[in-house]
Design a protein around this ligand. Structure first.
Ligand code: ARG
Length: 335
């Protein structure tokens, strides 16, 4: 690209950033998000640094994350609301930091639940997104504030840093759970590379994040929580923690529901009187993922079957069951 073109793009990006201030009216202006750099391999967040994060709990027991998008609505993953009926048992906590103390938290119930009509629970986890309407609106404070959402058409070049926070497990086995909110910085992994690395189908309307060396990732209990990206001094939610094969394994990025793909659906559900703040995120950086060539698809799959079961690739009972089923089918077909 010519120098002129580059400057034009930078200018467009800068204008986007400045128009984003219009979103302050929504107060979806994330202050903080401490730039220090768990979750797996993360750090304890500074209290109040992710003021839109919410904890979905049974009683006080945390089970999923979510994000406040305006005074009436919380965004989360659809699989957090499985099976139906969860909504009646759930308490949403705002301003939570430590898991064992509820000091300064505000809680609400779920008034109504709107999950994506094409959420594919049994298949590929497509459209893993739900909106929860609160029983009563919440008042914004220093520690309770809504996040902006990435608008349709936003782009997230591979390698761009994103952040995820949550109260999920500190390791894949879930043996250790945090006392306080954890945060981790995770670079974006483009869809082409992510599809190449994952043995499971990665939907068009998701985005991935993680490190080739692993070690840092979201994990069980972080689901439904926001993946955000920094835009000037603000934060914009681009993803919802959805799934991953294990946690923090090398070359296995986590998969996040891509929020901008759902702008139309979100605005159609959320009443126009209190629409969330959508912001275009479209940096001038080139996205190397567009030229990504997958040379070794199912690499994980191959290592798995050739080198047997190692600590990084344990069989879970579900995989074992499907293997047995395939074997049985083979035997039956042979006769
Ligand atoms: N599905 C998990 C949950 O319910 C979140 C998984 C995220 N996994 C990952 N490796 N990034 O909490």
């Amino acid at each position: 690209m010519s120098e002129m073109e580059h400057y034009r793009l930078v200018l467009v990006f800068a204008l986007t950033v400045s128009s984003f201030h219009g979103c302050q009216g929504q107060e979806c202006t994330g202050q903080g998000g401490a730039f220090r750099p768990r979750i797996v391999g993360g750090d304890e967040a500074a209290p109040g640094s992710w003021p839109w994060i919410v904890s979905l709990s049974y009683g006080t027991r945390h089970y999923c994350g979510g994000s406040l998008i305006n005074e009436h609505w919380v965004l989360t993953a659809a699989h957090c609301m499985d099976p139906p009926g969860e909504e009646n048992l759930t308490t949403i906590y705002f301003g939570r930091h430590n898991i064992s103390t509820l000091n300064n938290t505000v809680s609400r119930g779920i008034g109504s639940m709107w999950c994506h009509p094409e959420y594919n629970q049994t298949g590929e986890m497509e459209n893993d997104i739900c909106l929860l309407k609160l029983t009563e609106p919440v008042a914004f404070t220093e520690h309770i504030r809504p996040v902006c959402l990435a608008a349709r058409g936003s782009t997230f070049p591979a390698g761009f840093p994103s952040w995820v926070a949550g109260w999920g497990a500190l390791d894949e086995g879930g043996e250790r759970n945090p006392e306080a909110l954890q945060e981790v910085k995770l670079p974006i992994v483009g869809i082409n590379e992510c599809r190449c690395l994952n043995i499971y189908y990665v939907s068009e309307t998701t985005i991935c994040a993680g490190y080739p060396s692993g070690g840092r990732d979201s994990c069980q209990g972080d689901s439904g929580g926001p993946q955000v990206i920094r835009l000037g001094s603000f934060w914009v939610q681009l993803g919802i923690v959805s799934w991953g094969l294990g946690c923090a394994r090398p070359n296995l990025p986590g998969v996040y529901t891509l929020v901008p793909e759902y702008e139309t659906w979100i605005t159609s559900v959320v009443d126009s009187s209190a629409s969330p703040g959508f912001v275009l995120f479209d940096p001038p950086d080139e996205d190397n993922d567009l030229h990504y060539v997958c040379e070794d698809k199912h690499e994980y799959y191959n290592t798995y079957y050739t080198s047997g079961v190692d600590s990084g690739a344990r069989l879970d009972s579900c995989q074992l069951l499907s293997l047995c089923a395939i074997l049985l089918l083979r035997i039956m077909l042979a006769f």
